[in-house]
Design a protein around this ligand. Structure first.
Ligand code: MN3
Length: 270
């Protein structure tokens, strides 16, 4: 029981390496038949010690784990691109964001709060807060094809019912939405993002932004809240698709997790 409790506390507080180290210590104490009070005493000692270590390394934002493996989105998004994109590009935006807000009042704010009142002249914060948020939304919008329900011909996941109605009323049809979104993504000059956004009344719109800008930033030309984003930087597709951005955009529609997109839309409508 002590080990179960310790495991729970440590999983919450610390990374895997520290957890494994501590659990091995708890295990040795348990095996040597020491009393429960002795185990609790040692547990308390390590929790305090590791809290101090943890606090000294606290960063405002962490690189999130992907909700699937790097190869899970193949053949649409290849494993090597996914790994480099996550561990190099997204990791760099995260580290640079933390450096930009270190020892400022922004360190205690959410990424949405930081973006909402962003000074566009602050280039380091603009690029890295945008890069951090955009990639979080991107990874969380995707889903391995094998987990999707195939509909239509060719098989492709279509939006769930309420979102489907919103898409039809905003764009006329799913095919028209897809055409407009693809055009927006293909038309970004250089690097940037295409977005599907929702207003508070549930109306949807499509827009695009340059570099790592996004619709939450004031004054970038998109005035509603993003619920789906597509990264059209070359680093997102060049290994697999080279200069064929339209093929990468077409592949994207096979791995969108529409359930999550609809949940985001519902949270905006309230
Ligand atoms: Mn990217």
């Amino acid at each position: 029981m002590t080990q179960t409790l310790s495991s729970g506390i440590l999983s919450y507080l610390f990374d895997d390496k520290i957890k494994v180290f501590c659990l091995s210590l708890f295990q040795s104490v348990s095996n040597s038949q020491k009393s429960l009070s002795r185990i609790i005493e040692i547990s308390r000692y390590f929790v305090v010690l590791l809290l101090n270590i943890s606090n000294s390394n606290t960063m405002a934002f962490n690189l999130p784990q992907l909700p699937y493996s790097y190869d899970a989105l193949e053949p649409h998004f290849d494993a090597e691109t996914m790994k480099i994109h996550h561990t190099k590009h997204h990791a760099a935006y995260t580290a640079n964001l933390n450096a930009a807000i270190e020892n400022t009042e922004l360190a205690n704010q959410s990424i949405e709060e930081i973006l909402a009142k962003l000074d566009l002249e602050n280039k380091a914060l603009r690029n890295n807060a945008g890069g951090y948020y955009n990639h979080n939304l991107f990874w969380e919008s995707l889903c391995p094809e094998g987990q999707l329900i195939s509909l239509g011909s060719p098989p492709e996941r279509h939006p769930v019912s309420h979102l489907s109605e919103a898409i039809n009323s905003s764009f006329g049809s799913y095919e028209e939405f897809k055409a407009q979104f693809s055009k927006a993504a293909a038309s970004v000059f250089g690097s940037g993002w295409a977005w599907l956004c929702s207003s508070k009344d549930g109306t949807l719109c499509i827009c695009s932004t340059a570099n790592q800008d996004n619709p939450l930033m004031p004054g970038v030309g998109c005035d509603c809240t993003p619920i789906l984003g597509l990264d059209v930087w070359e680093h997102a597709y060049y290994l697999n698709y080279q200069n064929r951005r339209p093929d990468y955009i077409a592949a994207f529609f096979n791995i969108i997790d529409w359930d999550k997109i609809e949940k985001r839309r519902q949270s905006i409508i309230g």
